[in-house]
Design a protein around this ligand. Sequence first.
Ligand SMILES: [Zn+2]
Length: 105
Amino acid sequence: MGNKIVKIKKGDLVKVVLGKDKGREGKVEAVYKKKNAVLVPTLNLYKRHLKGGQGQKSGIYEVPRPINVSKIMLICPNCKKITRVGFKIEKKEKFRVCRKCNKRI
Ligand SMILES: [Zn+2]
């Protein structure tokens, strides 16, 4: 079967297209392949009450939760549009392309 190439990678700029953060953008910090989700530190924030200790104050903190990839789309670094990710194979190398401008991403 081989390894499935991931559509979204760490460092990608993404835009939320569904859910409470719809329209917001952020940079992917981590990818959870098995869960089909990504972590963006500025998105999908939930308030959590944390107890203090070890130099940390207690209080309410906003912590990001992973977002399912179905709720986000990639922002192409070339054309700056939100796009689906396509794939191309050239010289046995597989890479991602923007479906809007067809450039490698
Ligand atoms: Zn593009």
